[in-house]
Ligand binder design. Structure first.
Ligand SMILES: C[S@@+](CC[C@H](N)C(=O)[O-])C[C@H]1O[C@@H](n2cnc3c(N)ncnc32)[C@H](O)[C@@H]1O
Length: 174
């Protein structure tokens, strides 16, 4: 492969990023509306620069949002309060927080993907077993990665979301 060869895929990196962000906003919009009557914290898995975290707190003021990442490097004005930062590898932190908030989490938003397929498969397999424990009946998981979640249904995407770039799962019950 020389410098000008592009590995096969269905769109450019820029288009992929745009599709993911548009889909994330549309899916979170749907879920934010649907959890208005459901108490319980939100988990933001993959704080990154804190843009999605900022979106969540903007649209759900007053809700406890626990932000997980192995590197805590948000944009300065997107930093969660210290007591809501969960620093460390999800392989260690998620099982602890899933047990602490068992059956209470109204929404777990998972934004953990990278350009590496092996990483994505590893993360999907790592988090899938813990989310059913954490999420409340009638609660939601949104994810950029395909997950296998026992006891959840995959919902049709809302308008504005692009198939394959974000997903909404609802836990059965209530
Ligand atoms: C796509 S970025 C998240 C972007 C973020 N939503 C934002 O608005 O800026 C993915 C994040 O997942 C984190 N991450 C990846 N693997 C992880 C792991 N095993 N444990 C904890 N965090 C991880 C990375 O450090 C990275 O910040």
């Amino acid at each position: 492969m020389d410098d000008r060869t592009i590995a096969p895929r269905d769109m450019s990196r820029l288009e992929k990023t745009s599709a993911r962000l548009r889909s994330q906003i549309a899916c979170l919009g749907l879920v934010i509306e649907r959890i208005a009557g459901l108490s319980g914290p939100v988990f933001e898995l993959g704080l990154g620069r804190g843009r999605t975290y900022d979106h969540l707190r903007w649209h759900m003021p007053g809700r406890d949002i626990y932000a997980f990442d192995r590197e805590i490097v948000p944009i300065e004005d997107c930093r969660p309060p210290e007591e809501c930062i969960v620093a460390g590898d999800l392989a260690v932190t998620l099982s602890r927080y899933a047990a602490r908030f068992a059956g209470q989490v109204a929404l777990a938003n998972c934004d953990l993907g990278s350009y590496r397929q092996a990483h994505n498969e590893h993360m999907a397999a790592l988090i899938s077993p813990y989310l059913p424990q954490a999420v409340a009946p009638g609660g939601f998981v949104c994810s950029d990665l395909p997950l296998v979640l026992e006891g959840f249904e995959l919902l049709p995407l809302p308008e504005g979301a692009v198939e394959g770039h974000y997903r909404v799962f609802r836990r059965e019950g209530n």
